[in-house]
Design a protein around this ligand. Structure first.
Ligand code: SF4
Ligand code: FES
Length: 148
């Protein structure tokens, strides 16, 4: 089946939405630094590209941990999902009833000892139910994971 990809443009930036990749972290619309003026799943269309300045939209899209949101600057057509040039120090955030998020560029050593670089936001599973450990795949929602 063909992957669903939708695009929403304000003339300067185009937000690219790949619903199959969303892990329902709610970072874009229900977090302390979310952007509900642009991302609001209770409205249709759920993405409103005119709801905030272009720079703020780009900043928010870079926080998407799954790659479901990406953007390209018009007319560049160069999709940028997670910025690999972020220089911020890594910051760790626990999402209530959800994954552990690491913001920033990190080197991740897996169980076989292989090291890979992760940039942007990386979501690690805390509920134990992800089929893609150590990363969150959204299963915490289906299993209604609750912090104690
Ligand atoms: S995974 Fe990305 S698109 Fe899905 S809710 Fe989280 S921030 Fe939004
Ligand atoms: S925390 Fe998201 S799948 Fe476990």
């Amino acid at each position: 089946m063909a992957e669903i990809i939708k695009e929403y443009s304000n003339g300067e930036v185009t937000i690219v939405w790949k619903p199959a990749l969303c892990i329902h972290s709610r970072i874009c619309w229900q977090n302390s630094d979310s952007l509900p003026e642009v991302f609001n799943p209770s409205e249709k269309p759920w993405i409103k590209p005119h709801g905030a300045p272009t720079t703020r939209i780009m900043e928010q899209v870079k926080r998407c941990p799954s790659g479901a949101l990406s953007y390209f600057l018009n007319p560049d057509k160069e999709a940028t999902s997670l910025s690999t040039s972020q220089s911020e120090n890594a910051r760790v955030e626990i999402l209530p009833n959800g994954p552990l998020l690491v913001h920033g560029t990190i080197n991740l050593k897996d169980k076989s000892g292989e090291v890979s670089e992760k940039a942007g936001v990386t979501a690690f599973c805390r509920c134990g139910q992800s089929a893609n450990k150590p990363f969150c795949d959204g299963s915490h929602l289906a299993t209604q994971f609750q912090d104690a």
